[in-house]
Design a binder for this molecule. Structure first.
Ligand SMILES: [Zn+2]
Length: 164
């Protein structure tokens, strides 16, 4: 499916959802949807706000509520890390795996064919699964190195104190 076809399809999904829920077809929602679908990878409300601000004036609350709407109609997924929320488009992308560093907050997308295969064969008792969001929590390489250096410094200081 080409980019234009995907955009056309996600616009239709949104329109159907708005019709089904008696919600207004606000132009801003469609513009935000286009921005979301042009965005590769994870983004925050501020990312979209800054990108859009160059051309349109859309307030942050409008972006928040549009993204919330996209999550509800299966067009986006969201992730919460403490006070931070990140989003990603989700139409046609079933598995969203991320590794999250709890020290510096770095988030990186992962792919795992083994995990995807295991999810595919999980019994769901009639539940229609559209997407999966999974976080691998831990320490990134940089933070591990920083911890190791801090630990070595601590040992060195301890050693020097003993010698004094
Ligand atoms: Zn880190």
């Amino acid at each position: 499916m080409g980019n234009e076809d995907i955009l056309e399809t996600v616009r239709e999904v949104l329109t159907q959802y708005l019709l089904d829920h008696n919600m207004r077809k606000m132009v801003e929602r469609y513009t935000i949807l286009e921005y979301v679908y042009q965005h590769e990878g994870l983004f925050s409300v501020d990312d979209i706000y800054e990108e859009m601000d160059k051309k349109f004036h859309v307030s942050r609350p409008t972006i928040y509520s549009a993204l919330d709407l996209f999550v509800r109609c299966g067009l986006a997924v969201h992730l919460h890390f403490g006070s931070r929320t990140l989003y990603e488009k989700s139409y046609g992308v079933r598995d969203h795996f991320y590794q999250v560093c709890y020290s510096c907050g770095a988030v990186k997308r992962l792919s795992s064919p083994q995990v995807s295969a295991a999810i595919k064969t999980t019994r769901r008792q009639g539940f229609r699964m559209d997407s999966v969001t999974m976080c691998f929590n831990g320490l990134c390489l940089k933070c591990q190195m920083r911890e190791r250096r801090a630990h070595q410094r601590y040992l060195r200081d301890l050693q020097q104190k003993k010698q004094q």
